[in-house]
Design a protein around this ligand. Structure first.
Ligand code: NDP
Ligand code: MG
Length: 385
């Protein structure tokens, strides 16, 4: 395998640092070209020192200027959203790992796609809000979109060699988050409780999304765009052990699944080495140690965010962008203790009810819907509290 240049957007986050661990363990195959972050210049500086990338960027322009002054000359530091997009488009990288959290990742992903790069996609929110735009642009520029999200990596792996076979349905597994099957009053939940995920260690936003099951709802829409399967044919199954990462049922009733330890280094590595496989330091799975494997149906009454995501996915157009934007606002407000846990779906539902979706949206339609939904969510939040 030829040595590949890799840029990591969101290098200081949970996925970003795991991606760097993969590059580190496979340094004869990969090298870092660009590393970006929002404002964590301390960690970014440390990563620049270790990985010596040609480019870096911080969304925060002041931090970016300060960082340039402290960096080795070989690393050029850019600032702002344009700076991050410039790093995403840098010609030295063949693969861009997209690990920014939220809608902020959309424009850098588009910049990478326009240069025909392989995008290893962890950042699911842009695909939820602008799936039609991203997939059309990727086709036009022959840019491969490879899933990093563990469920989607599992489905992708189940479909390798089966691409032209008829799919009956996709089964997305969900751990259920920290509150599944717990006798707990959901309105009293604190950010600390919501951030304590039972099986995965992740950033704050996705941890809250996992607790509300919005993460699984976003993943249903993500799977729709990645695999061209109708939202109605994507089923969510609660699997608390997080060992079976997802399954595909073909028309003949045969089901394929992918199993492994729940360690994000595995799907990240597969997206980087695809179509090859290389050894990994991740502990191997021993079937005799993981029994019994259990699966349960999710309760849409207990977890209305999942119901709302299905609704947005079925309506399509700009509605998924509105769902995503309202959720980003509500989660942030919950983390800031200005909103209670159960108000998260209430705010999203209110914003969705107020939205008149645009069919076949352009990028501008999507960006307008996104900012309208953020504004409306803040207003309806005041009505909730
Ligand atoms: P983290 O919060 O841990 O990291 C987010 C990264 O994005 C950080 O590097 C952060 O920089 C950067 N960032 C945040 N806001 C902006 C912005 N406005 N502009 C530019 N950069 C920004 O998140 P995770 O790693 O957990 O998640 C990243 C994405 O991957 C999410 O979309 C998530 O849904 C998805 N994902 C995560 C999984 C996981 O296990 N963590 C699993 C599957 C998918 P800074 O440090 O400076 O704030
Ligand atoms: Mg996932």
């Amino acid at each position: 395998m030829m040595k590949k240049g890799v840029t990591i957007l969101g290098a200081t986050g949970s996925i970003g640092t795991s991606a760097l661990a993969v590059i580190d363990s496979l340094s004869e195959h990969f090298f870092a070209v660009g590393l970006t972050a929002h404002s964590n210049s301390t960690l970014l500086k440390e990563l620049i020192g270790r990985f010596r990338p040609r480019f870096a960027a911080l969304a925060d322009e002041d931090e970016a200027r300060a960082l340039q002054a402290q960096c080795p000359k070989e690393t050029t530091v850019f600032g702002g959203v344009e700076g991050i997009s410039a790093v995403a488009a840098a010609p030295e990288a063949q693969v861009v790992v997209s690990a920014i959290v939220g809608a902020a990742g959309l424009l850098p992903i588009l910049a990478a796609i326009k240069k025909g790069k392989t995008v290893a996609l962890a950042n699911k929110e842009p695909l939820v809000m602008a799936g039609s735009v991203i997939t059309a642009l990727a086709k036009e520029h022959r840019a491969a979109l490879l899933p990093v999200d563990s469920e989607h990596s599992a489905i992708f792996q189940c479909l390798c060699g089966n691409k032209n076979q008829k799919i009956h349905k996709i089964m997305l597994t969900a751990s259920g988050g920290p509150f599944y099957n717990k006798d707990i009053n959901l309105s009293d939940i604190t950010p600390e409780q919501a951030l304590r995920h039972p099986t995965w260690r992740m950033g704050a936003k996705i941890s809250v999304d996992s607790a509300t099951l919005m993460n699984k709802g976003l993943e249903v829409i993500e799977a729709h765009w990645l695999f061209g399967v109708d939202v109605e044919d994507i089923e969510v199954v609660i699997h608390p052990r997080s060992v079976v990462h997802s399954l595909v049922e073909f028309v003949d009733g045969s089901i394929m699944a992918q199993l492994s330890q729940n360690d994000m280094r595995l799907p990240i590595q597969y997206a980087l080495t695809y179509p090859e496989r290389l050894p990994s330091p991740v502990k191997r799975l021993k079937l005799t140690e993981i029994s019994p494997l259990e699966f349960f149906p999710p309760s849409l009454d207990h977890f209305p965010c999942l119901r709302l995501a299905y609704e947005a996915g079925k309506i399509g157009g700009t509605m998924p962008a509105v769902l995503n934007a309202a959720n980003e606002v509500a989660v942030e407000e919950f983390l800031q203790r200005r909103l209670n846990f159960l108000d998260i779906p209430a705010v999203i539902e209110q914003v969705m009810e107020d939205h008149v979706p645009v069919d076949n949206p352009t990028l501008d339609d999507i960006l307008n819907a996104d900012s309208w939904a953020r504004h409306t969510a803040r207003t309806s939040q005041r009505r909730c509290t």
